[in-house]
Design a protein around this ligand. Sequence first.
Ligand code: PLP
Length: 219
Amino acid sequence: MAACGRAGRQVSEITLVAVSKTVPATRIREAIEAGVRTLGENRVQEAAAKISELGAIAAAYKIQWHLIGRLQSNKARRAVEIFDAVHSVESLKLAERLDNIAGESGKRLPVFIEVNLGGEESKAGVAPDGVLPLCEQISKFSNLELKGLMTVPPFFDNPEDARPFFQRLRRIRDRAWQAGAAGEQFKDLSMGMSNDFEVAIEEGATFIRVGTALFGARR
Ligand SMILES: *Cc1c(COP(=O)(O)O)cnc(C)c1O
């Protein structure tokens, strides 16, 4: 809220993705009762079990389940079945597969391209100079809705150090948008976690992915 005020932004522009990886279904239920409407999971199998356990309450509250972690191609079918959005598209091959499966299921799947800004080998995502071409290619897929870009910057103790990464993701989005590489719906920035979501909001995040600040430390 305070970060929205500082940045002159409306709270309604920002979707909180409550990251519930490792959190048991009983606690997710409490979070839903407390007002959470979008949940983020990073593993397909773990998510599938919780989504089926929470089926009734999730349907009653129209819960959205977002995949935020790396997706292996052999799990793509299950992912399309259970998730309402995928934040972690990082290759044309994966996008193609998601598009095919979504088409077979008569679904239109919202997706984000994950961008690796820190150049860290261990991190997922496409390199910045790969974003525009991938945007152009994904935009041609009729069963995917390319919403925007996602990033996980390197971890810093001081959240201010993450700011240049968030600024950079925003500039890449602006450039892709101006170049006409993606459609009108391409405007979202999925960035900011427990430690740095306020800075991310100041820099234009429209989806923040917050785990430990909501659910406590993971085991
Ligand atoms: C775990 C995770 C988060 C949430 O991290 P916290 O620091 O617990 O808020 C956000 N995004 C991704 C991709 C994650 O894997």
